[in-house]
Structures are given as C-alpha cells and as structure tokens.
Design a protein. Structure first.
Length: 394
C-alpha cells in the first residue's frame, strides 16, 4: 500500500470515529428529548382528564406508553432514512438490532416481542385486554403444569416463542428447531438475506431456547428436589407433524402425542447436496458452524476416494444442564455444546468408516431460496488435510 493510500485510510478511520461520536451524542440528545416529551404528555393527559397524575404513573401504563413512543420514534427514523436513500432498510434494521444487543449485554432489557420487527401497535385495539391478561413467565409455567395435572393429559404451549410440552406428572419437554425449520416458520424472514436469518436464529436459540432450557430444568428440580433431572428436547416440526396425523389441531392445547427425546444430539440429513455419489465414503470434512465466534452446530461432509460427496450431515448438540449448575448462564451451555460437538462428529465419522481429514470453522450461511445450511466449497487440489483432534490422520 502506498503512503498516499495509507494517509487516506487513516483519514477515513478518523472520520468514522468522529461520525460515530457525533451520532452517539445526537442519539443521547434525542433520547432525553423523547423522555421529556413522554413525561409532559402524561402530565397533560392527567390535567385534561382531571385525574391524579399518579394514575398515569402506574407501571403497566407507563411502560406501555414508553414502548409505543420508542417503537414509533424508531419506525419514523428508519422510514425517514430509507426515504432519503442514504441507508437501505436491511442495513438500518440490522444496525438497530445490533444496538439493542449491545444494550442487552449491559443488563438493560428493552423487552422486544417474540416476533421481531412486527410489534402490533398501530390500531392496537386489544392492548388493554392484552395488558390485563399478560402473565409472568413463571405464571405461564405454573399454569401449563397445573392444567396438565388436572386434566391428566399432556399440554402443549409456547413459552418465549419456544414450543413446550408438560406431562401430567410434570415432566417438561422443549421443542428444538434447526435454522432451516425456524426460518421457514417465521413469515417475517421470508426472502430476507442470509445474514438476517442467521442473526435471528441466534437470537431465538440463545435468548429464547436456551433460556427455556434453564427455566424448565429449574422448575423440575425445585419441585422434585432432584438436582439431576433434565427436561427432554424434541423436534418441534416432527412433533407437530405427528399431532396433525393424529387429528389434533394446531390451536389445541391438550395432546396425546408423546414428544420423542432427541438425546444429546440431533442429526439432520441435508437436502442441499446435489448429485450425491452412491459409492462408500472413505473420508470426511468437518465444519464447526459459528455465529459471533460461538459454535452452534456442525456440518459433516462424507467424501469418496475421488472427492465426491455422498451426504452432508448437520449436527446439533443439545443443551444439558449439569447437576449443581444453578446459574442462568447460556454461554456456559454453548461452551459445553461446542465441546460435545467435536466428539460427536469424530464418533459419527468413525461409525461410517470415513475419518475426518479436514477441519474448519465457518460462519452460519443459509441459502436464501430454500434456507438450507451450506458447507463451503473447498478446492480439493488446494486443500491441506488436517489431522483430527484425537487420533491420527488416515
């Protein structure tokens, strides 16, 4: 790089820093102005309605008012930016989502809804009824368990957008979804770029699915006093298919279908492989799939002697809360899953007599057309075979 280009790069980096600082200051100013606007609006409403200002200060009402104000302010901001052609919609939404993630990392909750970017505020006629009927997560857990115990039949519901089933005896089972199944079920993600789908799956997996794993585990252990019990994990799409075959409607809460526990790992045969060879594999490539440097799952590609693929297996280690582990730490579950992923891939390759000859970390990539997980294209002439973490290279 020439000195002139270096100077330009340094100047551009300095410009980005100044713009970032100025934007943060502008956001802080607008936030203070928005807060003042909300306080004055509630006080004016109290005067106009001739009611005590303390009534408008009720926590539920104040939170709902703040939610609407922040939502519509953000919506207007994003629409205005797009109208000026300075920022495309996808880029703006992803930037806003990243900012929310960073706020959450500091322990501040903005309470976003289960369905991202689809908060039903405009014409929200049932808002008052919804506020009156909303229960805490603990109440929802307790309610489902009591209904199952009283009816003598298992009950299926959704907690934090995660399918759950509780038996009459209080055994919890949690619905797992692969990236393909999750993104296919969320209408708002239809046609979205791979990066958006991957980010939303990560949010569902870490903030929703793993949280429910902890909650179900804690509920069962607190109730039974047995620190070793764990909830089961089942395939949500397979379970719903079995319910449909049995004639149970999607809205029906009670279910006679028993969830099938997937155990420690869910293995999915990918449909993404084209022109698969029918010859026996002799080796395999293992790709640890990551999101933000955190391993979620893995891809095991089986190869023939001439380098053709026979099948692609997507591996999903399932979370297990160990006895004595009481802290709500989703990152700890992810780390444990990543360790088990390596051994699962090695054992699976050994069972197929196709030892792993190449290992790589890749970011989660999804086909926008049919949303299948994809392994990277590796040049067979250029690749360098790496020995497995355990054992020798065959």
């Amino acid at each position: 790089m020439t000195d002139d280009k270096k100077d330009v790069m340094v100047a551009m980096q300095a410009l980005m820093g100044r713009l970032s600082d100025m934007a943060r200051d502008r956001g802080t100013e607008q936030g203070a102005a928005l807060s003042l606007f909300l306080q004055r609006a509630l006080a004016d409403a109290a005067d106009a309605l001739d009611i005590a200002e303390s009534i408008l200060g009720e926590e539920d009402l104040a939170r709902e008012a703040a939610r609407r104000v922040v939502y519509n302010f953000t919506l207007g901001l994003l629409q205005s930016l797009e109208d000026t052609d300075h920022i495309d919609q996808v880029g703006a939404v992803m930037a806003a989502q990243q900012a929310i993630d960073e706020v959450d990392a500091d322990g501040v909750s903005l309470e976003y809804r289960d369905v991202p970017y689809a908060i039903p505020l405009d014409g929200d006629e049932d808002a008052e009824e919804r506020l009156d009927s909303e229960e805490s997560l603990e109440d929802e857990f307790r309610g489902m368990r009591l209904r199952a115990a009283e009816s003598g039949v298992s009950v299926r519901g959704y907690l934090l957008n995660v399918a759950c089933v509780v038996s009459p005896t209080g055994q919890w089972s949690i619905g797992f979804e692969t990236p393909d199944a999750y993104c296919g079920a969320v209408e708002q993600l239809d046609g979205e770029p791979s990066e958006v789908m991957a980010a939303m799956y990560r949010r569902w997996f870490v903030d929703h699915f793993l949280t429910i794993v902890w909650c179900c585990t804690a509920e069962m252990r607190d109730r039974t006093g047995d620190g070793s019990v764990v909830p089961g994990v089942f395939s949500r799409p397979a379970f719903e298919l079995a319910r449909s075959a049995r004639g149970e409607s999607e809205d029906q809460e009670e279910t006679a279908v028993k969830p099938i526990d997937l155990g420690d790992c869910y293995i999915e045969a990918s449909q993404h492989v084209l022109d698969a060879s029918d010859r026996k594999p002799v080796s395999s490539h293992f790709y640890k799939v990551t999101l933000d440097d955190q391993a979620f799952c893995g891809i095991l590609e089986l190869h023939t002697a001439d380098g053709r693929i026979t099948e692609q297996l997507n591996l999903f280690p399932l979370p297990k809360v160990e006895p004595g582990c009481e802290e709500l730490e989703n990152m700890a579950l992810l780390e444990d899953m990543a360790l088990r992923l390596e051994s699962q891939a090695t054992m699976l390759a050994a069972e197929r007599r196709a030892p792993i000859t190449l290992r790589r970390d890749i970011a989660l990539t999804m086909c926008e057309g049919h949303r299948m997980m994809m392994a990277p294209i590796v040049d067979s002439d250029a690749q360098t075979a790496q020995p497995p973490a355990h054992g020798s290279l065959h």
